[in-house]
Design a protein around this ligand. Structure first.
Ligand SMILES: [Zn+2]
Length: 299
């Protein structure tokens, strides 16, 4: 019997242009998918419309195309009606099956607690006041084998307690949306940054509660500058727009532990092809952080 065909994805949020950290994420997921002769899909995570920058989605798609990475199926947007319909259908199922309750706590009340103190656990639907919707977290260890980081065990009750699946303003929360999206796109393996590793237990719990298949997970290390700061939009990592695509691809593969050669002809397509043909996920460092020596260009 043939294994299920590999389906991977890259899911940036359109809150800015691609920076080197997001390029590394794209290249890791792309090389892993293509080295398995798999499908690579692009999803725009625009759940939070106020944070989305108009046109950023198209700029990301254009930039990925410059790096020879094109979604094998139409790009999906979390904000689109079809996606939203599925999120709310799942939410309804969770409410009907008594997994959720309305939470009336204010941000100020919650900020002093790392673990939700179950204040609203006895609240019932329907609730006439404006409220968030929380799901009851089980006191259970969710164990999974991360392809890069090894065996992981996460207990949601001890990690964060009951958590929001819909916000007070009515927006669906990331954890629920991502689980629905991965199931809908038939994702078999999720390759993403270690900053989302802690969310995986919550996502597996939601998959089990919604009777969805759990994909394989692989979390690569986050990039930090020599001063310890994470390479992220928040830290104003420089956009890759207009930068040398061959060099950046080579640097991304280097950061991912792949030891790329210097090619005589500096062609990005050839570099990416080398990345796919020689890709070995076991070489990706199984650490939390990789210090990124940017040779000044990307600072
Ligand atoms: Zn509450």
């Amino acid at each position: 019997m043939k294994d299920t065909p590999y389906r991977g994805r890259f899911a940036p949020s359109p809150s800015g242009n691609l920076h080197f950290g997001s390029l590394v994420a794209a290249i890791a997921s792309y090389c892993q998918a293509k080295s398995h002769e798999g499908v690579w899909l692009l999803r725009i995570e625009d759940l939070d419309p106020p944070r989305a920058i108009p046109g950023a989605d198209l700029a990301i798609i254009k930039e990925l195309t410059r790096f020879n990475m094109v979604s094998d199926e139409p790009v999906i947007y979390q904000s689109h009606e079809l996606q939203q319909h599925d999120y709310f259908k799942a939410l309804e199922y969770l409410i009907d099956n008594k997994h959720c309750y309305p939470c009336l706590c204010t941000r100020k009340m919650l900020i002093q607690h790392d673990i939700y103190p179950n204040t609203c656990q006895n609240n019932l639907f329907p609730c006439t006041q404006e409220h968030a919707i929380k799901i009851k977290a089980p006191d259970q260890d969710f164990v999974f084998i991360d392809k890069i980081q090894g065996t992981q065990s996460q207990n949601i009750q001890k990690q964060c307690g009951d958590f929001n699946i819909r916000r007070k303003d009515g927006l669906i929360c990331y954890q629920l949306a991502v689980v629905i999206d991965d199931a809908k796109q038939g994702i078999t393996e999720v390759v993403r940054g270690i900053d989302i590793l802690d969310s995986t237990g919550r996502q597996i719990f939601l998959q089990q509660t919604l009777n969805l298949t759990t994909p394989v997970y692989a979390h690569f290390p986050v990039l930090t500058y020599a001063n310890g700061n994470k390479l992220s939009k928040q830290n104003h990592a420089k956009e890759i727009y207009g930068e040398d695509s061959y060099e950046l691809t080579r640097m991304a593969l280097q950061v991912l532990g792949q030891e790329p050669p210097k090619l005589t002809i500096k062609n990005q397509g050839h570099m990416l092809r080398w990345g796919i043909e020689n890709w070995d996920i076991k070489k990706v460092p199984s650490v939390k952080e990789v210090t990124f020596d940017s040779e000044t260009r990307l600072d």
